[in-house]
Design a binder for this molecule. Structure first.
Ligand code: SF4
Length: 928
């Protein structure tokens, strides 16, 4: 019996006051607004999944039985990740649904791109236009000219299937402005690209992120970090800012930005010197023979010699040296290293964005952090740091298309063969260099003009119909990017669409079903609904149905071999419905779900519609110890010395504790401390975890000239990157992003809190307010990236809850200035609250002033900036942003020159064993 069906669960759960599931069809509460009168309101409760960050927490919509309006959204206690809890952004889904400025009908541009002129069109016209354009590209073999560019996917693999069914290489993501660096650092160790810390059972946690408050898996992680602390675990946070997370920590370490990898190696040095490592784990699971051969080829291959050489290799990373380099007291470094050593296999760690996404060489921060887990043997253990491959569960759909025979060099250019994801933010720069064009471009929950660095280069390319011939923005709301699209297509919010998601939030595998609430309510009432847009407001579609309809139109007679992927697995030759798509997955691909549903007299689809989530497994620890089966071992041989199990000389596992075991998803099947891949692909100096000096290292800064490192990456717990402009409650909470400055620096500059400062990057500058605080490392300034939304037009552009109206002027060729001409102010709408808007600020946009800075190995944009900070000049106004686009291309070329084009084993574009988004055929990896 699953926990949620155990009657005791409802008796003992701290959420016992939550409506029990048998009452979800008819639940009554007193109406809060009628207080003190007792007026009963009756609801039907529908579970769905939050879409306001990547964590995919459960939500339950309270739908008024009389009006059929959603009254509120609360947590879903059935959800294994979020356990009935949400952050502020979850309930604010209601604002998004009720936003009076949301786009309700498909729009077609009626003036030049960027003119803000649109007219209503029909979905039929949209489908015909895009089907013709895409069909022509496919038929003519232009398989790299169709591109789907996504910010927040919100699903697991649906679009991969669509794009592969079309045979195009066109998936682009936002990952290289987010997490690609850390992913490379992790993948080099184990083949898995994300950590899955088991915070709840840990004894010591080390976080390089502000993620207790805001980062990846915010709510699911935060509650488990607190669970662990309540049980006596300790927490260390590395952040230049006294973040909310740091304020909860036992140790707050604020190193110089860019020295974090050095700090990790200093912890490692103490662990090695004081022999706090797990000898058996290292001997069993690390490729120590290869590492020793690289460090000291002349030495006999013994484990003692390996440890000896490893300690020598890292001997210079002493706490004293780290104190000098990082600016953290050596006593603190020793204390934290000993805590890690004492926690042993119950040491949990996590890095997301933060130092990994800020610095040149940031990928080494993750590689060095994982080194600590490896040293103390906390990989995949209870309380340790698991691999995401052990805890994320992606059930396959029916009829998987084959990988595409195509490779887009606009996605994976040759200069970055080891990049972990697409070089997405360089797309306009590469197009401007003449590397290609796009026939059909879809942006989805993606706002590159505002989110990416160098947004004005994006704007130039998005305006140019020879470079991007046809652009549809799939979005529920206007954005700085949507205003340049040819078509703006309204798609459903989190409670208006289907998706299936899983995340590595804790020691379990689960799936969560996002479903359109109004459609479920109508179906519960016995109504026959064919498409989700029938129950969504206006003509708002959901993407699942859009892609089915579009694919069908691209290949109406099935002659291109596309249509068959969109035919029902239950009704031969008929167009599949969304119900059938998920029905098949739930019936065939989710172990345990059909049985659990049957116990309740439900079909698997009915179960998911009713409960919204399913716990697939809690058996997730130490996947590398899984014994190989007889079939896998057929024809395999174990080397008596190295204990490697191989078939035709290819490792398939490792003998540990007398049994052949699966090991890790690496070429050696061991954790790769020495990476031969790095050697073979031209980066031998980084074969082992290493320290790379950042581009914002303080050696590059002259404090006497007012130079600082700017940290622009931190998230606020209440905002959603670029997507909360339509959530009035969230903007009421957070509507300004001042520049954090230490009092000593403020005195040097001559500013106090609220005084205006000018922050100058290599391509421009912005004017913002100062916030003088001791919660900031001296010599470093920081500014959150969420705020500073702008719009050029009255009604087209970003929501008025969040945006200031600006005027954009070209001051000289290529030099542009944005100046605010209206603050945020009350406005008339169907929502009475819009007349009560009291905030005026909305913050300052800084990403426009950042040049692109691609890391030469990971391809990650290195977000931190070398800036000068000074008092605002005469004539400067709050919110001013000035950018010189001619300088920005020069900086792009400077960073491009850091990348290495070779060597290229096998004349491949990329190592075959490296993951790639929407992986093409193996033949496509070859350069002919
Ligand atoms: S943590 Fe993310 S998914 Fe969870 S409620 Fe908040 S915004 Fe939604």
């Amino acid at each position: 019996m699953s926990r949620s069906h155990d009657p005791d669960f409802w008796r003992v759960t701290p959420l016992a006051s939550f409506p029990p599931p048998e009452k979800w069809d008819d639940w009554s509460e007193w109406d809060a607004k009628s207080w003190p009168r007792k007026v009963e309101r009756r609801y039907t409760l529908v579970p769905t999944t939050c879409f306001n960050c990547e964590a995919a927490c459960g939500l339950v919509a309270y739908v008024d039985k009389e009006t059929r309006e959603i009254q509120k959204l609360e947590g879903n206690p059935f959800h294994p990740g979020s356990r009935g809890r949400n952050c502020a952004k979850g309930p604010a889904t209601l604002n998004q649904i009720q936003d009076p400025q949301r786009i309700l009908y498909p729009l077609k541009r009626s003036g030049p791109r960027g003119s803000g002129k649109y007219e209503r069109t029909t979905w039929d016209e949209v489908l015909d236009t895009f089907a013709a354009k895409i069909r022509a590209a496919i038929v003519e073999g232009r398989k790299t000219e169709v591109m789907y560019h996504v910010g927040r996917p919100g699903h697991d693999g649906y679009m991969d299937r669509v794009l592969q069914s079309w045979g195009v290489d066109g998936h682009n993501s936002h990952t290289n402005v987010c997490s690609a660096a850390a992913r490379l650092g992790y993948a080099l160790w184990s083949g898995a690209d994300r950590p899955a810390p088991d915070h709840a059972e840990s004894k010591f946690m080390l976080l390089l992120s502000s993620h207790l408050e805001t980062g990846h898996y915010f709510n699911p992680h935060a509650q488990r970090i607190i669970d662990a602390k309540m049980k006596g675990a300790k927490l260390a946070v590395i952040d230049v800012r006294l973040s909310n997370t740091a304020s909860m920590a036992d140790y707050w370490l604020a190193p110089w930005p860019g020295t974090e990898a050095f700090l990790m190696l200093a912890f490692a040095q103490v662990i090695l010197a004081e022999k706090l490592y797990d000898r058996k784990f290292l001997e069993d699971w690390v490729n120590w023979r290869e590492t020793l051969a690289a460090l000291a080829p002349e030495r006999e291959k013994t484990f003692d010699a390996f440890v000896d050489e490893l300690a020598k290799h890292y001997a210079s990373f002493t706490p004293e040296a780290a104190e000098k380099e990082c600016g953290v007291a050596k006593e603190t470094i020793v204390a934290v290293a000993r805590e890690i050593g004492a926690a042993k296999s119950a040491f949990a760690s996590h890095v997301w964005r933060n130092a990994a996404s800020g610095n040149l060489g940031g990928w080494q921060v993750a590689r060095c952090l994982e080194f600590l887990c490896v040293l103390v043997g906390s990989i995949g253990t209870p309380g340790g740091t698991n691999l995401n491959s052990q805890t994320k569960f992606v059930p396959p759909p029916f009829l998987k298309p084959p990988p595409q025979n195509a490779w887009s060099e606009l996605l994976y250019p040759r200069e970055w063969p080891l990049s972990h994801h697409e070089l997405s933010y360089l797309l306009p720069h590469m197009i401007m260099e003449g590397r290609g064009k796009i026939a059909a471009y879809f942006t989805r929950v993606y706002n590159p003009v505002w989110t990416n660095p160098d947004g004005l280069v994006w704007e130039q390319v998005l305006r140019d119909e020879t470079k991007i011939e046809l652009h549809a923005a799939l979005t529920p709301t206007w954005s700085e990017t949507a205003q340049y699209a040819d078509y703006v297509l309204p798609m459903g919010h989190g409670a208006e669409r289907h998706d299936l998601m899983s995340q590595e939030t804790h020691a379990a595998k689960w799936i969560s079903f996002r479903q359109p609430v109004q459609r479920v309510v109508a179906e519960r009432a016995g109504e026959k609904i064919e498409h989700t847009h029938e129950t969504n407001p206006g003509e708002v579609w959901e993407e699942d149905e859009f892609w089915i309809a579009l694919s069908w139109r691209i290949d109406p007679d099935g002659s291109l071999g596309i249509r068959k992927y969109y035919e029902s697995p239950y009704r031969a030759g008929q167009k599949i419905t969304v119900d059938e798509y998920y029905q098949w997955i739930f019936e065939n691909s989710v172990p345990g779900l059909p049985e659990e549903a049957q116990k309740l007299g439900l079909t698997p689809l009915e179960y998911m519609r009713r409960h919204g989530a399913f716990l697939v497994s809690t058996d997730v620890y130490e996947g590398h110890r899984k014994k190989l089966g007889d079939k896998e071992l057929e024809g395999a041989v174990a080397d008596p010395l190295t204990k490697t199990v191989a078939k035709s000389h290819k490792p398939i596992g490792v003998v540990v504790d007398g049994a052949p075991r699966a090991g890790f998803a690496t070429l050696s099947k061991r954790l790769e401390l020495h990476s031969q891949t790095m050697v073979d692909w031209g980066w031998p100096e980084f074969a082992l975890p290493a320290y790379i000096e950042s581009h914002v290292h303080r050696r590059h800064l002259d404090a006497s000239k007012g130079e600082y490192a700017l940290i622009p990456t931190f998230r606020l717990p209440t905002l959603i990157h670029t997507r909360s402009g339509n959530a009035k409650w969230l903007y009421e909470l957070s509507n300004t992003n001042p520049v954090w400055i230490h009092p000593e620096d403020a005195e040097r500059i001559g500013v106090e809190t609220t005084d205006l400062v000018r922050v100058t990057t290599r391509i421009g500058w912005y004017v913002n307010k100062a916030w003088v605080t001791e919660g900031m490392r001296p010599g470093v300034v920081a500014c959150s990236h969420h705020l500073g939304r702008w719009r050029l037009h009255d009604d087209v552009g970003t929501d008025k809850w969040a945006s200031a109206k600006v005027v954009k002027e070209e001051l000289s060729p290529g030099r542009f200035r944005f100046r605010r001409i209206e603050d945020i102010h009350p406005f008339a709408s169907t929502d009475k609250d819009s007349k009560r808007v009291w905030w005026t600020d909305g913050g300052v946009h800084q990403n426009l002033t950042f040049p692109v800075q691609p890391d030469p190995v990971s391809g990650m944009h290195c977000w931190h900036q070398r800036v000068t900070v000074e008092r605002a000049h005469a004539g400067d106004k709050y919110g001013d942003v000035e950018v010189d686009t001619q300088k920005s291309m020069a900086v792009y070329r400077e960073w491009l020159a850091l990348a290495r084009l070779g060597p290229r084993p096998g004349n491949l574009r990329r190592p075959l064993h490296f993951a790639r988004a929407v992986r093409p055929s193996s033949e496509s990896y070859s350069i002919f």
